[in-house]
Every structure is written in C-alpha cells, then in structure tokens.
Design a protein around this ligand. Sequence first.
Ligand SMILES: CCCCCCCCCCCCCCCC(=O)SCCNC(=O)CCNC(=O)[C@H](O)C(C)(C)COP(=O)(O)OP(=O)(O)OC[C@H]1O[C@@H](n2cnc3c(N)ncnc32)[C@H](O)[C@@H]1OP(=O)(O)O
Length: 233
Amino acid sequence: MLRSCAARLRTLGASRGGARGPGAARRSFASEEVVDKDCALPNPSWSKDLRLLFDQFMKKCEEGSWKRLPSYKRSSTQNFKDFRTHYVDPKLLKEEQMSEAQLFTRSFEDGLGFEYVMFCNDAEKRVVCFFQGGPRLQGVPGFTHGGAIASIIDATVGTCAFRAGGVVMTANLNINYKRPIPLCSVVVIDGQLDRVEGRKFFVSCSVRSVSEETLYSEATSLFIALDPNKKLT
Ligand SMILES: CCCCCCCCCCCCCCCC(=O)SCCNC(=O)CCNC(=O)[C@H](O)C(C)(C)COP(=O)(O)OP(=O)(O)OC[C@H]1O[C@@H](n2cnc3c(N)ncnc32)[C@H](O)[C@@H]1OP(=O)(O)O
C-alpha cells in the first residue's frame, strides 16, 4: 500500500498543473485574488478505494438523502468573519498571522496529509468521512499518527455537531484506538449525533476499514454551541 501511495504522489508531482477543478471558489483574500479550490473533490493522489467510495456516495446524493460537503483551506464565509468579531477579543488577533491561517486538515500538499471528503445525512443526523492519511501523517513507522486520527475524528464529529447546532467547539473527545491504521490506507469514519441537551451536543463515531471488517477506533465527544453572550477569550 505504501508503494502505491508513493507512486501516486510521483504522478501527482507530474500533474502539478494546478488545474482549477470544478468547485473552485473565487474570492479576494488579503487584497489578492486567491482561488480557493474545493478540496473535497478527487485529485490524482486519491486511491482507487477513495474514488470508489466517493462515486458511491455521489450516487446517493443524486437520490437526495445525502449531501457532499465542500471543503476549503480557508473559510471566508461571512459567518466566519462574524465568528471572529463576535467571539474573539480583537487584541488577541494578529492580522498578519491571520492572513496565513488555514484549516489544519487542509494544510498539506495534495496526497501528503489529509485527503478526505465528508457527506452528511441531516435526517439521520449523520456525517460520514472517507479519509486517506498521507505519508506526512506517520506515527510509528508505516502507521498513521494517533494525533492525525484524532484530528480527522474531531473534524467529522464536529461537523456532525455543527450541522445540528451551528457554531460549536469541542469540549471533550474520547478515543479508543483498537487497531493501528496503515499509512495511506482509506478508512470510513461514521459520525452520529446521539443526543442534545441545551447547548450540549453528544456525538459518537466509529473508524472502520473500507471492507468494514476492521474496527480501527471508536470515539465519543461533546460539543458546546457557543453562547452569543460570551466571548471565547
Ligand atoms: C465558524 C463557522 C465557519 C464555517 C465552517 C463550516 C464547517 C465547520 C465544521 C466545524 C467542525 C469543528 C471541528 C473543530 C472543533 C475544535 O477543534 S474546537 C477547538 C478545541 N476546543 C476548544 O478550544 C474549546 C475550549 N473550551 C471552551 O472554549 C469552552 O469550554 C466552551 C467549550 C466554549 C464551553 O464554554 P461555555 O460556553 O462557557 O460553556 P460552559 O458554561 O462552560 O458549559 C456549558 C455546559 O457544558 C458542560 N461542559 C463544558 N465542558 C465540558 C466538558 N469538557 N465535559 C463535560 N461537560 C462539559 C458544562 O458543565 C455545562 O453543562 P450544564 O451546566 O449546562 O449542564
């Protein structure tokens, strides 16, 4: 698996054309035109497994029950700007650093870090994430780092909570690591909103192999919807 992963990355290097694939979002950022591509679309580093899962769920999207969630390196939506002004003390924001701010899980070159796509089913209160962890996410040799697994779990269960409760933050994340995840393999993270108590959103998830035969990890989490009358800092 590692060899084919390296091979894909070599072809990726050759195809570095930076093509503006579908789903590119044009917007001005820090006074320059930056094309923020939708990273939740296939690129040459995606394995056959990841593309197959993507195609399967895109068909479900056509049936209407599931929706693919676009994903960008930077969130420029107005609500993100409102988030910063509303919840963060401007004194703490160093504008020059903020212009470099990117979503952590979208901060690696194609194929090297987090390759993933999420689909949501709001009726079932579920978010499914297909994740291929690249060679820069290595923990023990040949396996994915536990912190990288926690990050993609956090993003998946966080998105599940976000869909139900709006702007949320992680208050608690408990992960049981049952089996190590081979580096560059594809896993299926299935997030489920379990219950809501006021501003508390309880979400759990499993991390399984594509064949569903191997349970790699299980997690429970608590997200808190932010109180509009409270600053975060
Ligand atoms: C912006 C939009 C852009 C668009 C984008 C689109 C896509 C978007 C996807 C998002 C995906 C996010 C995925 C990344 C999410 C992170 O990674 S966030 C980063 C890590 N988390 C943090 O840094 C949070 C740090 N903690 C805090 O800021 C504060 O503790 C919190 C979480 C905001 C809560 O503070 P608070 O609002 O003052 O609430 P508080 O009164 O303390 O507690 C409320 C209730 O929760 C309970 N509680 C709080 N903490 C705990 C705990 N750890 N354990 C148990 N109970 C707890 C309290 O006991 C209380 O319970 P009740 O008394 O009401 O029964």
